[in-house]
Design a protein around this ligand. Structure first.
Ligand code: SAM
Length: 292
């Protein structure tokens, strides 16, 4: 694995292998992303060869990504070509901590510091598949975390907005994106980041075609529903602490101008625990938005 000049997430911040902060990365991605680009999806060897040639990535991680992809497809966590490509094009190993590099493609959420996690690859695949994103859609994510989810989204659309409540984590992830953009992952330029309480959405960038919430809450935040376009889709983990159901919420406008909200459970009733949807009071994170 090539470590030189590559930024890895560490518990202390973004550091290069040399331990220097904010060192400009050298471009190492041979071919910039475009929406017509697609790696082979029928043979692992062809996929790895194509990715090494076009994206300059590490063959060992690519083999693990391919193996995880096979299980995602078998589970129907990703079902369409766009999501298959998005999963295969997103270097998950660049969003996990150094300690977790060997587990980057495990079927598991992983600690990323600050008491929060990067969601597991199956969950990311299933949630994103359920919002059915096309190029040109404006997508809002609540809970940037490691940055992996929004990186995945940037292979589906050129307009991604993501909010993280933990300031130091938001800064760290912004630096990860900047480092990767410097290496030639130009698709991550589509990702707009903000440090704020995502309960209130991103008014200036609204309305959104799609919203994806990656922290758990006991209700759907009214500002998020309000910032979702008519016909828009949101996925959000709703339920008591540690026992959410991942809901797909479709906002429909009736002929009389009123709105109907249709909900379905993307795991057919299975409980999926998420980190809490916390609350900002002034500059301090205090409690959660549950019960609001
Ligand atoms: C499961 S984790 C992150 C998963 C993330 N999407 C990824 O790809 O790594 C959920 C994130 O939501 C963040 N979060 C919790 N409450 C929030 C809020 N009110 N506004 C924005 N982010 C919030 C947490 O700090 C955490 O980083």
């Amino acid at each position: 694995m090539a470590l030189d000049r590559r930024a890895f997430v560490t518990g202390l911040g973004v550091a290069t292998a040399a331990g220097l902060l904010a060192r400009p990365a050298l471009a190492s991605v041979p071919k910039a992303f475009d929406f017509d680009m697609a790696p082979p999806v029928d043979k692992g060897e062809a996929f790895v060869t194509w990715m090494v040639e076009n994206r300059g990535e590490d063959a060992d991680f690519l083999a693990k990504r391919w193996a995880r992809f096979q299980v995602l497809v078998a589970n129907r966590d990703v079902v369409n070509d766009a999501n298959k490509r998005a999963f295969l094009m997103t270097p998950r190993e660049r969003f996990v901590t150094r300690a977790n590099l060997p587990r980057a493609y495990d079927n598991a959420f992983l600690d990323i510091g600050f008491g929060v996690t990067i969601s597991g690859p199956h969950l990311v695949g299933r949630m994103t598949t359920n919002i059915d994103v096309s190029k040109g859609f404006r997508v809002l994510e609540i809970g940037t975390g490691s940055g992996y989810q929004s990186a995945y989204l940037s292979h589906l659309t050129d307009q991604v907005y993501t909010i993280e409540i933990i300031k130091k984590l938001a800064e760290r992830t912004r630096a990860v994106y900047d480092g990767l953009i410097g290496e030639g992952y130009t698709e991550f330029k589509a990702i707009n980041t903000r440090n704020a309480d995502g309960y209130y959405g991103w008014e200036e960038a609204a309305p959104f075609d799609r919203i994806i919430v990656t922290c758990g809450i006991d209700h759907i935040p009214p500002p998020l529903l309000q910032q979702l376009k008519p016909g828009g889709i949101m996925v959000i983990p709703v339920g008591p602490p540690g026992a959410q159901h991942v809901l797909k919420v479709v906002k429909q406008q009736n002929p009389d101008g009123t709105f109907t909200v249709a909900r379905s459970d993307i795991y057919n009733g299975r409980i999926v625990p998420f980190v809490p949807f916390t609350k900002l009071e002034g500059d301090v994170i205090k409690g959660t938005h549950n019960g609001a």
